[in-house]
Write a protein that binds this ligand. Structure first.
Ligand code: NAP
Length: 266
C-alpha cells in the first residue's frame, strides 16, 4: 500500500515535464494519492494537458494566482471534485528577467511587488482559500531556495528576498493552522534545470559549481523533491510543522566551499 493511499492532493505550478511540480505529482501518484493539477495560463495548456492525461488526472484547472477570483473559483472547483483535500503543494515563483541579472539595488518597485505577489502572497492566499476544504491533519508545502533566502546567491536578488518571506510565511501559517492539526512546511531544493531557473542570471555556472562543492557531489532531481514531498504529505511527518527542509546534496552545511575537483587534484 502506498504512503498516500486515499489522500487527495493538489499541486499548483506545473509548467512542463521539467517542473519540480511534475516530480512531485509523479511521486504522489506512485504512492496512491488522487492528484489534481493547477497551472498558470493558457500558454501552458498544451504542455500540461498531455501530462495530466498520462497520469489519468481528471481535475486540471487553470489558476493565475495574481487573481483573487481565480483562486476562489479554483478552490470551489477542487472542493466539488474531491470533497476534502489532504495535501496542498505550492510550486510557484516568478521574477522578471531584469531583476535576476542586474544588481539587487536596481530592483524596480513593480518588479519587487510582482515577485512578492506571485512567489509569496499566493501561498498565503491559496492557504486561506483552501482552508475550509482541508481535512484535519492536512499538509501544506511550498518550494524555496534556502541558500538564496538566508545567504547570498549571486543574481537571485529579489527572488532570494521573496524566498525569505516565503519561509517566514511558512512559520506564521504553521502557527495559525497548528490548532487545526494542519501542517505547513517548505522544501528547500538545490538548483534544478527548469523554466523558472533559466531566468536566473548565471544559473548554469551555479548549477555546475553546486555539484562540485556539495558534500554528495551531485545535483538534485525533481524525483528527489517528489520523494521529500511524499514524506511531508504522509503521516510519517505527522508532528513536523513550520520547517524548511533542505534537499540539496548537503550544500547548505558548507561554510567554505571547495570544488570537489580541486580536492581530487591536490
Ligand atoms: P517551473 O517549472 O517554471 O515552475 C514555476 C511555476 O510557477 C510555473 O508553472 C509558472 O507558470 C508558475 N507561475 C508563475 N506565475 C504564476 C502565476 N501568476 N499564477 C500561477 N502560477 C504561476 O520551475 P520550478 O523550478 O519547478 O519552480 C517551482 C518552485 O520551485 C518555485 O517556487 C521555485 O522558486 C522553486 N525552486 C526551484 C529551484 C530550481 O533550481 N529550479 C530550486 C529551489 C526552489 P509560468 O511558466 O506560466 O510562469
Amino acid at each position: 500500500m502506498g504512503l498516500l493511499e486515499g489522500k487527495n492532493a493538489l499541486v499548483f505550478g506545473l509548467a512542463n515535464d521539467k517542473s519540480i511540480a511534475w516530480g512531485i505529482i509523479q511521486a504522489f501518484i506512485r504512492e496512491g494519492a488522487n492528484v489534481g493539477i493547477s497551472y498558470a495560463g493558457e500558454m501552458l495548456e498544451k504542455r500540461v494537458k498531455p501530462l495530466a492525461e498520462k497520469i489519468d488526472c481528471k481535475w486540471v484547472e487553470q489558476c493565475d494566482v495574481t487573481k483573487d477570483d481565480q483562486i476562489t473559483s479554483t478552490a470551489e472547483s477542487a472542493a466539488k471534485h474531491f470533497g476534502k483535500i489532504d495535501i496542498l503543494v505550492h510550486s510557484i515563483a516568478f521574477a522578471g528577467r531584469d531583476e535576476l541579472s542586474r544588481p539587487y539595488y536596481q530592483t524596480s518597485r513593480d518588479g519587487f511587488k510582482n515577485a512578492m505577489d506571485i512567489s509569496v502572497f499566493s501561498f498565503v492566499a491559496l492557504t486561506n482559500a483552501f482552508l475550509p476544504h482541508l481535512n484535519p491533519g492536512a499538509s501544506i508545502m511550498c518550494l524555496t531556495y534556502g541558500s538564496g533566502a538566508t545567504k547570498v546567491a549571486p543574481h537571485y536578488n529579489v527572488m532570494g528576498v521573496a524566498k525569505a518571506a516565503l519561509e517566514s510565511s511558512t512559520r506564521y501559517l504553521a502557527y495559525d493552522l497548528g490548532p487545526q492539526k494542519i501542517r505547513v512546511n517548505a522544501i528547500s531544493a538545490g538548483p534544478i534545470r527548469t523554466l523558472a531557473a533559466a531566468g536566473v542570471g548565471g544559473f548554469r555556472d551555479m548549477y555546475k559549481h553546486f555539484a562540485d562543492a556539495a558534500p554528495l557531489r551531485e545535483n538534485v532531481t525533481i524525483e528527489d523533491c517528489g520523494n521529500l514531498a511524499v514524506f511531508l504529505g504522509s503521516d510519517l511527518s505527522t508532528r513536523m510543522t513550520g520547517e524548511v527542509i533542505y534537499i540539496d546534496s548537503g550544500f547548505n552545511i558548507m561554510g567554505v566551499q571547495v570544488s570537489g575537483k580541486e580536492e581530487k587534484s591536490e
